[in-house]
Write a protein that binds this ligand. Structure first.
Ligand SMILES: O=C(O)C(=O)C[C@]1(C(=O)O)C=C[C@@H](O)C=C1
Length: 379
């Protein structure tokens, strides 16, 4: 018997399609069937067709089902299942993948989106939250958001949002960040009193900005600072931003490479609605978040599940458990935490599965945020 099936989000089904497809009661062996993926809310509709060999009667129905299946699969609205070797893919209809990032044109996040998905259509968002929501609401295909910087440390807001939203980490991309001091033409370093930029960028240029004695002003993103300097024609202020932002907003580069260390790298996460299927064909990393009971050595025990199996940890971050920030124990109140851990193994590796099974035995909460290929371009 030949069986073919396709699954698609219920929101994308149009009346016309369902009208054409009714199961044949006369010939159940050559039926086209609909099924609902979830009992509470129909999130997915599946269309399947089957035909017994030699069943001439059912052929028409079967051919019709195959035609519909082809239409549905070719539809630009249909999500293409992600796979680990398709990280730089185009959308299913051949159009450019739409990638949300926080900031305006010329932000480092835009460059990261283009590095992660070459030839994509970067979509600027005002807030990190908006980028998460844009993916969840199908307005864009992916989001690329900063998570940590080699000088400035973690971008805590994005750690918190990873848990609040239901997206999956499908990749990471590392970007060398080279900051410039930008000002309007005719403005010299001696004219400057203040400097505008993203807080992370200001922190990464701490030494230079202190030496210049400039008052720091935090804005939403580096390119936004450049835009403001240009649009308001400011003559006492500069922006810390990229050379690309200088080009876009017509500013002059007063100084290059002003970050405190020449090796200034920001790591971005690639986020999608669906996880990728982890592989073992290349170096993979897995990101998880968990919480633990209070007590001596509990974190030590949690980390031991990895060290006992020779699994290398690449990052650990603790964040307040915002739903229950305080826990009472023995008449005392303790702060309660979530632990975010990245480890170097794929969820397809048995050793990683065993480690998480072990952790699950005593963790009060555990979620896998994604298992994805390591960006080795900067190693
Ligand atoms: O403001 C920008 O251009 C951004 O893309 C944001 C951001 C960040 O949040 O860390 C990204 C890379 C640099 O580390 C500085 C700022």
């Amino acid at each position: 018997m030949a069986v073919h099936a396709v699954r698609l989000p219920a929101t994308q089904l149009h009346g016309g399609i369902s009208g054409n497809l009714s199961p044949s009661s006369r010939n159940p062996n050559a039926a086209i069937r609909f099924g609902c993926g979830s009992s509470k809310r129909c999130r997915f509709i599946s269309v399947s067709a089957s035909l017994r060999e030699g069943d001439e009667h059912g052929k028409d129905n079967y051919v019709r089902a195959m035609e519909v299946k082809k239409i549905l699969e070719d539809s630009p609205l249909l999500p293409k299942p992600l796979s680990s070797n398709q990280l730089a893919e185009t959308a299913s209809n051949g159009s450019r993948v739409r990638v949300a990032y926080q900031g305006v044109r010329g932000a480092y996040s835009e460059s990261a989106a283009e590095k992660a998905y070459p030839n994509c259509e970067p979509v600027p968002c005002e807030e990190f939250d908006t980028a998460f929501e844009a993916v969840e609401r199908w307005l864009v295909d992916r989001a690329v958001l900063p998570i940590e910087n080699s000088l400035g440390g973690s971008i805590h807001r994005n750690y918190d949002l990873l848990l609040r939203h239901n997206l999956h980490i499908v990749g990471e991309v590392k970007l060398a960040v080279r900051h410039c001091l930008l000002a309007n033409h005719g403005v010299s370093i001696e004219d400057l009193k203040r400097v505008l930029s993203h807080p992370q960028a200001l922190a990464q240029c701490e030494n230079t900005l202190t030496r210049l004695g400039l008052v720091r002003e935090a804005v939403d993103d580096t390119a936004g600072a450049a835009k403001q300097i240009a649009f308001e024609n400011l003559s006492d202020a500069a922006a810390v931003a990229s050379a690309e932002a200088a080009k876009i907003y017509g500013l002059n580069i007063l100084a290059e490479d002003i970050q405190d260390d020449s090796d200034n790298v920001t790591r971005f996460l690639m986020l999608a609605r669906e996880p990728i299927i982890p592989g073992t064909n290349r170096l993979f990393k897995t990101s998880i978040v968990f919480s633990l009971e209070e007590g001596p050595g509990v974190l030590f025990k949690a980390l031991a599940v990895f060290s006992l199996r020779e699994i290398n940890l690449t990052k650990i971050e603790s964040r307040p458990l915002r739903k229950h920030p305080l826990r009472a124990s023995g008449g005392l109140k303790y702060f309660d935490y979530l632990f975010y851990v990245d480890f170097e193994a794929s969820m397809a590796d048995e050793v990683a599965q065993n480690a998480l099974r072990n952790l699950e035995e005593f963790a009060t909460f555990l979620r896998v945020l994604g298992s994805y290929p390591v960006d080795t371009t900067m190693l």
